[in-house]
Structures are given as structure tokens and as C-alpha cells.
Write a protein that binds this ligand. Structure first.
Ligand SMILES: Cc1cc2nc3c(=O)[nH]c(=O)nc-3n(C[C@H](O)[C@H](O)[C@H](O)COP(=O)(O)OP(=O)(O)OC[C@H]3O[C@@H](n4cnc5c(N)ncnc54)[C@H](O)[C@@H]3O)c2cc1C
Length: 436
């Protein structure tokens, strides 16, 4: 059975909501007797739902290659993880407040006593909640736009809150009755802790394949394309997929041992991998100087941008922005090597003529595909990409499936323009080069 993106997301939400729904089923009339009882019931349910959502959000961080496919790729899976985490955060914040409001029906001191009881369960609950606030606040841009690596290190510590929250939950007797409590929490905890263990333990040591830099090409002043040769196991991937690359060149000024996502630009049946990297920040700037013969490690592949290679070929519209050409380049190289037929129209958006990457190779590859063509869009001359430009370049755009890759503003603009031209949203596939 093949899961669609929507059904996969629905399964995740059902798993996340299941413990709370179950607890709801065990409620009885006294739980709704008076306003105070209702607030208490809501307080308990928000705690159960918040904890379950947090555990499932943690389970989604496993990053097992292939696990992201039913969700439409890793970038979409991360979005789901963030949504679950955000809802969990809000539910867990309201959990002690609702319990305190419920106790306030008796007296103010009862409300204060509920919030600041010396019971171990309450103390662990506060420790977990405070830790969650500290580790999650940067995700909400609470202190402004976070620096990616700092955010990542802090976010990783959110795993600790999962364990603290579990201690709080297991010390309480009223979450789920009888054996249901240990059974449900045990299973959900196993998913979360297993995922965290895989991600930060197993995959770090066994999931990263050793490769060596064997050639460096410079398609532009601020872009390198690295050719990598496997030192042991070979990575299998499809066009359009991306990997995490970790360089180990001892002379890199920054970013040594730091993983970053990059799309593979080579064809899957080439002997090694090729990865084109644009200077977009500290680590990618340093990579422009990576040395020949240095070691890199590759983890992946992730994403599922293009339709399955077995799917019947359909006319497609591709819109690439700048370095967002890499997935399209991989597919073109792949089809050219295999002599496969592609009916595509590529609109390649760059700032001006000097920024076109792989121009000669693109022209050569396109020449091998009689029903395909490329149109360049120059931002400095034509302004932002508009629907009229797309329609003029590709008059049957509305009948094609569209694949968009590049900076987020371009993707959003192109997506809106395509929908205005009549392309249904479900036929617009995007790959953003941002994960946060
Ligand atoms: C799916 C995907 C495919 C990509 N493919 C390519 C490609 O083929 N070629 C290319 O040049 N660039 C690609 N990128 C972008 C590349 O990952 C970033 O340019 C690079 O990570 C920037 O790191 P930096 O330290 O140089 O810059 P920074 O200034 O530190 O980061 C700039 C932005 O890049 C993102 N970023 C930084 N580090 C990471 C990380 N470890 N994990 C996830 N996101 C991060 C964050 O959104 C950050 O705000 C891709 C990104 C994604 C998500």
C-alpha cells in the first residue's frame, strides 16, 4: 500500500492524539460536574496530549533515509515535526495553568499549592516545562532570527525535556487507568527515545559514508562542484535527492565536522557523487577552499522531489533559482546518460547573465532532448518572476506538472503565479533550500 503525504500526516496526528482520546474515553460524569472539575479535566487532557505530541515530534527527528518519503521529503517532514512541537508546547504551557484555575475554585492558596507543590511529580513537571521553554523559544524566533548552528545545538537538547516529561508523567497515577498508562507511554517513549538514539548515536557513527574529494570544478566565482569518490559503501540515490555532507579537511577555517544539506548534482549511475555548493554563509564559503583528497562523510539520501523513475513521462515545467538548478541538473544528466525522453520546459531564474550556472552543459543536455527547452529569466532586467513571463515562455504551463527549487521567495512567487495560471496546487512540487 502506498501512503500519500496526507494519509502519512494523518497517521502521525492520530498517533499523537491517541493517548488523549483514550483518556477522554475513560472520563465519567464527575469529571464534568462543575466548572472546577471541567478545568481539572481539561488540565489533565492538555498534559496528556502535550506529552504525546512531544513524544511523536521527537520520534519524527530520526532521519532514517527513506522514512521521509511518505511525507513528501525531509523538508516537509521537518515542518510536521515543528507543527507537532509547537502545538505540544502550547498544550504543555496551558496544562499547569488549567489545573491551578481548577484549584482556584476552592481557594487561592489551593491554586498556589497546585502550582508549587513539593510533590516529586510536580517538581519534575516544572523542570521539564522550563527546559522546554529554554530549548524551544529560539524556534519561535522569540529572540529574533536564530543563528542556524546555535539553534540546532540548543534544539538538540530538547531531547532532554522528553525524558524529564516522561519522569513527570510516570510519577502521576491519573493519566491513563490500569495497564494502559505503562503500555501507551512505554510504546510512545520507545518510539521517541529510539529515534533520538538513532539520530545522535547510531547514524553519526554508522550512517555516514566516507568519500574523498577527487576533483573540484568551479562553474562560477562563488560556486564549487565537488566530485567525490566512495571509500567504502556507495550511496544509492535518485535524481533530485539531497544528502548531508560533513567535511573533515583539517585546513578548513570553519565548518569542519559540521553537516550541511546539499542536493546531489550527478546522475545516480555515475561512479561517484557530484555536489555543487554555493557560497551562502560561513560553512559553504569555507567549502569553496576544500582541498583535493580530503575526506568528507555523506549521510542520506533524503527527499523525493521528482516522480518515481518508473512513472510514465509527462510534460513538466521546471522553475529553478540560482543554485536551485542542482536537482534539475542531476535529472538531466541522468536522462542524457540513459537516453531517456523528457518533455520539459526549464525556466532558470538568475540575477543577470553572469550568474547562469552550468550554462554550456545545460545547453548540451537540452540539445539531446528534442521536446525540451530552457528560458532564462534575469531578475535585474525583468524584475521578479511573473505569471505573464511563465505563460509567454511556456504557453501550456497550466497543463504541466511544475517542479520548483530555489530560494523561498522565488518558490512562493512562482507557486502563486502558477496557481493563478490554473495549475492545481497538488501538481506543484517544491524543494526549498531551507530547513528551519
Ligand atoms: C534540501 C536542501 C538542499 C540544498 N541543496 C543545496 C545545493 O545543492 N547547493 C547549495 O549550495 N546549497 C544547498 N542547500 C543550502 C545549503 O544547505 C546552505 O547554503 C548551507 O547549509 C548554508 O550553511 P552556511 O553555514 O554556509 O550558512 P549559514 O549562514 O550558517 O546558513 C544559512 C542558512 O542555511 C540553512 N542551514 C545552515 N546550516 C544548515 C544545516 N546544517 N542544515 C540545514 N540547513 C542549514 C539555514 O536555513 C540557515 O539560515 C540546500 C539546502 C537544503 C535544505
Amino acid at each position: 500500500m502506498r501512503f500519500t503525504v496526507n494519509s502519512s500526516q494523518a497517521v502521525v496526528w492520530l498517533l499523537a492524539l491517541f493517548p488523549g482520546v483514550m483518556a477522554f474515553g475513560f472520563l465519567s460524569a464527575p469529571d464534568f460536574d462543575n466548572p472546577s472539575a471541567v478545568l481539572n479535566t481539561l488540565g489533565r487532557l492538555t498534559g496528556i496530549w502535550g506529552m504525546a505530541l512531544l513524544l511523536i515530534a521527537a520520534a519524527l527527528c530520526c532521519r532514517v533515509p527513506g522514512f521521509d518519503r511518505p511525507f513528501g521529503g525531509l523538508t516537509k517532514l521537518w515542518k510536521l515535526h515543528h507543527r507537532l512541537g509547537a502545538v505540544a508546547f502550547l498544550l504543555l504551557l496551558s496544562h499547569p495553568l488549567l489545573l491551578a484555575f481548577s484549584a482556584a475554585g476552592t481557594s487561592l492558596s489551593a491554586a498556589v499549592g497546585t502550582l508549587f507543590s513539593a510533590r516529586p511529580a510536580v517538581i519534575w513537571g516544572w523542570v521539564a516545562l522550563l527546559a522546554l521553554m529554554i530549548f524551544m523559544a529560539p524556534s519561535f524566533r522569540f529572540f529574533g532570527e536564530p543563528e542556524y548552528q546555535r539553534w540546532k545545538h540548543l534544539h538538540r537538547l530538547a531531547g532532554i525535556t522528553v525524558v524529564l516529561g516522561l519522569v513527570h508523567t510516570l510519577l502521576l497515577s491519573r493519566t491513563l487507568p490500569g495497564v494502559w498508562g505503562p503500555a501507551v507511554w512505554g510504546l510512545w517513549a520507545a518510539l521517541a527515545i529510539g529515534a533520538i538514539g538513532y539520530r545522535w548515536g547510531f547514524s553519526r557513527w554508522h550512517g555516514r559514508l566516507p568519500y574523498r574529494v577527487v576533483a573540484i570544478d568551479r562553474p562560477a566565482r562563488n560556486v564549487v562542484e565537488l566530485a567525490l569518490e566512495p571509500q567504502a559503501q556507495v550511496l544509492c540515490y535518485e535524481p533530485g535527492q539531497f544528502v548531508y555532507l560533513t567535511p573533515y579537511d583539517t585546513q578548513l577555517p570553519v565548518g569542519r565536522g559540521e553537516e550541511h544539506p546539499y542536493t546531489v548534482s550527478s546522475a545516480p549511475d555515475e561512479t561517484g557523487l557530484r555536489i555543487a555548493i554555493k557560497n551562502l554563509g560561513d560553512a559553504s564559503r569555507a567549502l569553496q577552499t576544500v582541498r583535493l583528497d580530503s575526506e568528507v562523510r555523506i549521510e542520506g539520501p533524503y527527499g523525493c522531489f521528482f516522480p518515481s523513475p518508473d512513472a510514465p513521462p509527462e510534460p513538466e515545467l521546471w522553475i529553478a533559482g540560482g543554485i536551485g538548478i542542482t536537482p534539475f541538473l542531476s535529472r538531466l544528466r541522468h536522462c542524457a546518460r540513459r537516453g531517456q525522453v523528457l518533455r520539459i520546459h526549464l525556466i532558470y531564474c538568475v540575477q543577470d547573465e553572469t550568474r547562469v550556472l552550468f550554462e554550456e552543459e545545460l545547453a548540451q543536455l537540452m540539445a539531446q532532448l528534442p521536446e525540451s527547452r530552457v528560458t532564462l529569466h534575469f531578475f535585474y532586467r525583468e524584475g521578479p518572476l511573473r505569471g505573464e513571463f511563465i505563460e509567454h515562455a511556456c504557453p501550456d504551463a497550466a497543463r504541466r506538472s511544475a517542479y520548483l527549487c530555489g530560494p523561498l521567495p522565488l518558490i512562493e512567487r512562482a507557486s502563486t503565479a502558477l496557481q493563478a495560471l490554473g495549475v492545481p496546487q497538488k501538481r506543484i512540487v517544491t524543494e526549498e533550500f531551507v530547513l528551519l
